[in-house]
Write a protein of this length. Structure first.
Lengths: 577, 395
């Protein structure tokens, strides 16, 4: 075997580079050829700079004859000048800008295969940025979805080694409650996480099956019927597992209204250490019993019966002793006011069939006592509708600083402050819908086909108003009706990912003017299945933030779909600009 | 019609071609000074003088063809003169090259190249002076020694010039192969020895039974002579084909056939959803603000994510909600036209069962044939679904 050139340091550098940013690889080398060609680079891609050209070296093994080398280096579609070594087995090339340098080598006449590799050059002064990649294979693919870490070290166009999906295993099992099979839903999360990776329903026989990675999961089992959900930590995915959850621990108590009278029809539920309980409905005497799991952190939620003008309650405590009766008492000072007769108008005329949702937050709306005391916050959402005369019927709401969200059947929206501590106004007007307008731009001009999302905030969000979506034309301009006085996050995105989302907080009406989408670079990679190395076609790849919580953790920054070769191009935020 | 000389050992009058690879086309020798010899002899007979002038003999010449073997218009041919002057003096050479059309009798009277070097590098023209494709070359070589004696006969060489066939790329279509949608087809022609504009293309569209579409002209600013486009709008589904024949001025042809299937526009299909809805009556837990997404829609014309440029569009989404706390009737979520919605359990009552539904459509208006109570729906009764429903339990 002849080894043409292989300084140990260079190989080390290359392997490190490959491990860090996937600099090498993609060597086009058929298995049946005794001749192997590999490329090694020095220095490390992160250290490459205009003052230190990169050296690429051919490593040929399994071929004893003389070889001529034909090199080609391209960057951003153009040829890069190269300087050959005396025997041609190595080249130097300058890296004048960050990004991917594609190096191709042919050795004609030798019978050896060609080789190619991508050399990723980081932007100067780049600080790493962590993301996650969520990969969802298409239905029917012999692979399971994954969320994998991705660390950007280049802040420039980069090529990464293939993302390898596991074919997974058929995990199956049965859910039982005290030995009896039961229908259930199951949620599989990474250990220590509450972010669902997979969900499945067990049939009435309690049986379920799904494909999972052969790793451990935290499994939340939510049985139908009266048993409490239960979490199984670090469950190793396998077949034949039985989840016998038992009924749980009974938790009893009472709910009383502001006057201290029993409150019937209230729904009460707990989450103990993040595991939900069953939902109990209070009886005529205000009593309830639910099933829960024991634990330290207790979150209590109460939904009052409709028509009482009371807010929902929510609070979290570590002081409650669930072995004691849970006494829930609405605050004595929580008085209500009836909004009946309130007129809703539009253009000066009574507006029939207008939905009115009164929302607001009420501090210290109630307390819960079980050993310790928990102060509960109130979240009001009372929905009503105007009649043919444009007036509301009976609609009790607490006396507090609230908001009224009006929504006509034709879609017009308005938000009004509604202070019910004093006499409410005689009328609320829908008014003409205000506009939120602007122009979506790319660095090279207007962004045609950009998407504008109006994400309701504050009272609009509490009222359940959904996100509005629209698309720009060739001019990039948009003008969308909104709720007068409504708060929004305006999210400007490009479905083609020529730029990345920009968020602007506004209160309608608002004229945003030109807004340029955030700059991005491109991550190129492909998706394969580990056992067969075959490409995964039609897989969805989404870039997610690393440290977000809540729903932000689910919201993709960008996305892509793998093509017929399993390859994809994913937009990644370019930082520091 | 006289057949042209066949190369590379082209016919040279009166001589036998030499052996390859160096091909000798003749070496003409003669008593170039025969008349002078007669004068000298007569002089000696008449005057009795015995001085005899040296006899100047004609030079001998031979054309050697160096390369290449196969000649084509636009290419080159290299010829070399081998000269023998009996006196060892200098010999002047004169090469001439004439372009000929279909036969060697149709050569231009004027030469297109004239040289005096020993090696004659001829750039073969594509057309004669009369603009006919060049099919032969006539090469003449004259040699004259220092005393004015010319080689006899002068050398003539006829070379056959081949004709390269035109080349066609496979047709490349832009647009969807869907009934009623215009399709643009592009082919690129080239010919090594003819200008692309001289290569005529003949397009033929073969529709399936019942099809009546025809090809129409199409061009864009910036198209080169090599590119030619046609457009058509298929009117029936089935196997279609397009044949393109390229013919150069000398009738050499190239032919490509593109077979393709045209289908009718089918309803879009929901593909990947997140989370995947379990089959009814199974529920998912809505215990925190959650995002419900359609990740991909499969459709010929309007997929999701959408196509980059027309005629491709993007799938349309309609989201609706059904919850007891919101009146119990299904409500379309106005403005929720994206591929996802986010739901907060705080917007519902504890333990409330909420139906979240998504329905998709493409550019063709179709109504779903399913009852409202059906969690899923397929227009064609297949696994291609246009409706999916998540059943959620708020906690």
């Amino acid at each position: 075997m002849r080894q043409r050139w292989l300084p140990a340091r260079a190989l080390t550098v290359c392997l490190c580079a490959a491990a860090l940013v996937g600099c090498a690889g993609d060597v086009d080398n058929p298995d049946d050829s005794p001749c192997k060609v590999a490329l090694v680079f020095t220095p490390d891609p992160a250290e490459a700079s205009p003052t230190a050209p990169v050296r690429a070296m051919a490593q040929v093994t399994g071929y004893a004859g003389g070889t001529t080398f034909q090199w080609k280096v391209t960057h951003e579609g153009g040829d890069v000048p190269i300087t050959r070594s005396a025997d041609g087995s190595a080249i130097d090339f300058p890296v004048l800008s960050a990004g991917v340098y594609q190096v191709a080598l042919e050795s004609p006449g030798s019978g050896c295969p060609g080789a190619s590799a991508n050399f990723n050059v980081a932007a100067p002064g780049t600080i790493t940025q962590a993301y996650r990649l969520r990969i969802t294979p298409p239905p029917g693919a012999a692979a399971v979805g994954q969320i994998v870490p991705y660390v950007d070290r280049s802040n420039a166009d980069t090529s990464q080694q293939a993302l390898v999906l596991s074919p997974g295993i058929d995990a199956s099992g049965q859910v039982r409650v005290n030995g009896a099979a039961t229908a259930a839903s199951l949620r599989f999360c990474a250990p220590g996480s509450v972010e669902p990776l997979a969900e499945v329903a067990a049939s009435s026989t309690g049986r379920f099956t799904l494909r999972l990675e052969a790793v451990s999961y935290d499994v939340l089992v939510v049985p139908a019927g009266g048993a409490a959900p239960m979490r199984f930590a670090n469950w190793p995915a396998q077949g034949g597992q039985v989840f016998d959850v038992g009924a749980g621990v009974p938790v009893g108590g009472t709910v009383r209204d502001p006057a201290g009278a029993p409150l019937s029809g209230a729904r009460v539920a707990l989450q103990v250490d993040g595991v939900p309980s069953t939902v109990a409905t209070s009886a005529a005497d205000g009593s309830f019993t639910l099933q829960a799991r024991s634990g330290a952190v207790v979150q209590l939620a109460v939904t009052p019966p409709a028509g009482r003008g009371l807010p929902q309650l929510l609070g979290t405590s570590t002081a409650l002793d669930l072995g004691l009766p849970l006494q829930i008492q609405y605050a004595a000072g929580l008085m209500t006011r009836d909004l009946s007769g309130l007129l809703v108008t539009q253009g000066g005329s009574a507006a029939p069939q207008v939905g009115v949702v009164v929302v607001g937050a009420i501090g210290a709306a109630a307390s819960a006592v079980a050993g310790g005391t928990l102060e509960l916050q109130g979240h009001l959402r009372v929905a009503a509708q105007t009649g043919a005369d444009g007036r509301l019927g009976a609609a009790l709401v607490p006396r507090a600083a609230l908001s009224a969200v009006l929504q006509a059947s034709t879609g017009e929206l308005a938000v009004h402050p509604l202070d019910t501590r004093v006499a409410p106004p005689a009328a609320l007007d829908l008014g003409a819908p205000p506009q939120i307008s602007g122009v979506v731009m790319l660095s090279q001009g207007p962004a045609d086909g950009a998407q504008i999302r109006l994400e309701p905030q504050g009272a609009l969000a509490q009222a359940g108003i959904p996100t509005t979506v629209s698309t720009t034309g060739a001019s990039g301009a948009f003008s969308l009706p909104a709720a007068h006085g409504g708060a929004y996050q305006v999210v400007l995105t490009d479905p083609r990912w020529r730029g990345l989302p920009v968020r602007v907080a506004v209160t309608a009406p608002a004229a945003l003017g030109p807004r340029t989408l955030a700059p991005r670079f491109v991550l190129a990679s492909k998706i394969v299945i580990s056992n067969v190395s075959s490409p995964v076609v039609g897989a969805v790849v989404e870039l997610l933030c690393h440290a977000c919580t809540g729903v932000e953790r689910q919201r993709p920054i960008s996305g892509a779909v793998s093509d017929a070769s399993g390859e994809f191009l994913l937009a990644v935020p370019r930082r520091g600009q | 019609m006289a057949s042209p000389p066949s190369g590379p050992a082209a016919r040279l009058p009166g001589v036998t071609p030499g052996a390859r690879p160096v091909v000798a086309f003749g070496l003409a020798r003669g008593l170039a000074g025969g008349a002078a010899l007669g004068v000298a002899l007569a002089c000696s007979l008449v005057s009795g003088c015995f001085y005899l002038e040296p006899v100047n003999q004609r030079p001998g010449i031979e054309i050697i063809r160096l390369a290449p073997e196969a000649l084509s218009r636009g290419g080159t041919v290299s010829l070399q003169a081998r000269v023998l002057d009996p006196e060892g003096g200098a010999v002047s050479l004169l090469w001439r090259a004439h372009a000929c059309a279909q036969t060697v009798a149709e050569c231009d009277a004027d030469s297109f190249d004239t040289r005096a070097q020993a090696v004659f590098e001829v750039a073969i023209p594509t057309v004669t002076l009369a603009s006919a494709p060049v099919q032969h070359l006539k090469i003449t070589l004259e040699a004259t020694d220092e005393r004015g004696a010319s080689a006899r006969p002068s050398q003539e060489l006829y070379l056959d010039i081949g004709n390269e066939a035109p080349v066609l790329t496979s047709p490349r279509a832009t647009g969807a192969l869907v009934v009623g949608q215009p399709v643009e087809v592009l082919v690129v022609r080239s010919d090594a020895d003819d200008a692309a504009s001289n290569v005529a293309l003949t397009w033929t569209l073969f529709p399936p039974i019942g099809g009546k579409a025809s090809l129409g002209p199409l061009s864009y600013p910036g198209d080169s002579d090599r590119e030619q486009r046609r457009q058509f709008t298929p009117d029936v589904e089935g196997p279609w084909s397009i044949e393109v024949v390229a013919r150069d001025p000398l009738a050499r042809e190239a032919r490509v056939v593109w077979l393709f299937a045209v289908e009718v526009d089918r309803p879009p299909c929901l593909r990947a959803l997140a989370p995947q809805p379990p089959a009814a009556p199974a529920t998912l837990l809505l215990d925190s603000l959650r995002r419900f997404s359609v990740l991909t829609v499969q459709d010929t014309l309007d997929p999701f994510p959408g196509g980059a440029r027309p005629p491709f569009g993007v799938a349309q989404f309609t989201w609706s909600l059904k919850a007891p706390s919101r009146g119990g009737a299904r409500q379309v979520l106005p403005g929720a036209a994206g591929n996802f919605v986010e739901l907060d359990p705080a917007g519902f009552e504890l333990g409330e069962l909420v139906e979240l539904r998504v329905e998709i459509a493409d550019r063709v208006a179709r109504s779903l044939p399913c009852a409202d109570g059906a969690a899923t729906c397929s227009i064609e009764g297949t696994g291609c679904l246009q409706r999916q429903t998540w059943l959620l339990e708020a906690r």
